[in-house]
Design a protein around this ligand. Sequence first.
Ligand code: F6P
Length: 344
Amino acid sequence: MKAAILTGGGDCPGLNAVIRAVVRTLHNSGHECIGFLEGWRGAIQGNSIPLKAQETDEIIARGGTILGSSRTNPYKKEEYVGQLVENFHKLGLNALVAIGGDDTLGVAKRLYEEQNLPVVGVPKTIDNDLSCTDFTFGFDTSINIVMEAVDRLRTTAESHRRVMVIETMGRHAGWIACFAGIATASDFTLIPEIEVDVDKMCEVLKQRRAAGKTYGMIIVSEGAKLPAEGLVTKDAEIDEFGHVKLGGIGDTIADLIETRTGIETRVVTLGHLQRGGPPSAYDRVLGTRLGIHAARLVLARQFGQMVALRGLKIVSFPLSEAVGTLRTLDLDFMHEAEEFYKNV
Ligand code: F6P
């Protein structure tokens, strides 16, 4: 058997752990792997490298993806899908393991259903917003990066008696912001799932200051929406899957806080730092387990499936069930966080 692996969409820590595990598990059964470079672009262009178990053994500790990634959409141009299928057969492939978020896995699902390609999906994203899986790898590393940054920002905020607004990634789901808010004892966290209540946030900051807390920490998710303005976007540029670049809500929130409370406020946008660097132990283990189980699906020729974490077990779901529905933050987490956002 010869299987190809690709990583598509925004990179995230833990991708290399998955690649290593797929390669090793297939190698153990005497099978061969190649990697398409830069996501679907490599599959369309037939751009690939061999992947050997010995050579990929140490990549577990590396962030990003050794294969490169892109947001290329094969369904953007009619001829792309034909080229991709042709390359698949020309290379003598029997399986394709697509590691990606909803966009990449949506393409995998269509290729399986419409082109009969033997595909297995592995969910990844720092945003943790994919259906059918409890957690995605990359998320844990990301919230730890945010936590470390906020811990550092706290000491400068305190020294200057300022409010610090920290803007996180996460697109239209508040997982990163909410978890980071809980882990760093933020004074208030703003998420996309709940319309921003500026009055309440400013009231909490003022009351806490009056009660003796000389600084404030606000975490805002890039997808949080103000009642009047709605989503804040960086520019009008849309990617191949139709997504607009988010970013800038932190500045808006900081201005509002300064104007309404009179407290000096600064903003830090953490941006791509949240996706960089080595994966946490949790993400290395989760990525490894997902990779092993994706390879086992290949060995069992169970295609059209996505591996997923459910409780402590790695299970699988049909790609048709797993893609297309955004998994926003489970609001139970936010209600728990809110215990700490009640005035002083
Ligand atoms: O989906 C992961 C993510 O990091 C989002 O949180 C963020 O909005 C987006 O990707 C940024 O994408 P890019 O790397 O294309 O700027």
